[in-house]
Design a protein around this ligand. Structure first.
Ligand SMILES: *Cc1c(COP(=O)(O)O)cnc(C)c1O
Length: 221
């Protein structure tokens, strides 16, 4: 696996409006530095502890994205530096992020994770719940979070038609949220697509993809 070649190749084929989050979970500092040395600065991890440990050892101009499921009691560890939290699935979690952001005297950007897959194992809220949150008075009082879009994961299946439909559903959810009159929001990001399906995701409206194995190779857990 040539990390630098893979990364350059993927980026050379991406439309300009699409942001690539290089997913580094389980990968070493040296491997991340290989990607960093091509000029790439946007990296994603799915565990807070692992991200915090890597952040401490790596250059400070990296933009760290938390792409995994977030445990509320760990938000405080990433609050000083995290640049975008993709997996926000409740108002309760948003409240904690707001509190920790305020302590660090900053605003933290978040995506609402919408459940688009059939499987029960995929986290997220319904489109309706997302709309209710954005329209709630409680949310309008959270001044240290900013919702900048949505995130979703398609079902793990070979059925491309199903994946495409799920991606389209996320795009529709995004459009509906964007039509709401809301505060604390600047809806512009649709985070969908991974190594196996990001090309399809982009044709369905994604402008942020999260790619791990196509850059760094398969993961050994
Ligand atoms: C691991 C992970 C990815 C990247 O997966 P690949 O198939 O290796 O590209 C994307 N999104 C989330 C939420 C992940 O946990």
């Amino acid at each position: 696996m040539d990390i630098q070649e893979n990364l350059k190749h993927i980026k050379s084929e991406l439309p300009e409006h699409v942001t690539l989050v290089a997913v580094t979970k389980t990968k070493s500092i040296d491997e991340i530095m290989e990607a960093y040395n091509t000029g790439h600065r946007v990296f994603g991890e799915n565990k807070i502890q692992e991200m915090v440990e890597k952040e401490a050892q790596l250059p400070k101009d990296i933009e760290w994205h938390m792409i995994g499921n977030v445990q509320r009691n760990k938000v405080k560890h990433m609050a000083p530096f995290v640049s975008l939290i993709h997996g926000v699935d409740s108002l309760r979690l948003l409240r904690e992020i707001d509190k920790q952001a305020k302590r660090n005297d900053r605003t933290i950007n978040c995506l609402l994770q919408i459940k688009i897959a059939e499987e029960d194992s995929k986290f997220g809220m319904s489109s309706k719940e997302a709309q209710e949150i954005l329209q709630s008075s409680e949310f309008s009082e959270l001044k240290n979070v900013c919702i900048i879009g949505v995130m979703g994961m398609a079902t793990f299946t070979d059925d491309e038609g199903q994946i495409e439909q799920e991606f389209k559903n996320l795009k529709t959810s995004f459009d509906e949220l964007k039509a709401l009159p809301t505060e604390n929001c600047n809806l512009k990001t649709i985070s969908m697509g991974m190594s196996g399906d990001y090309e399809l995701a982009i044709t369905c409206g994604s402008n942020m993809i999260r790619v791990g194995s196509r850059i760094f190779g398969e993961r050994n857990y």
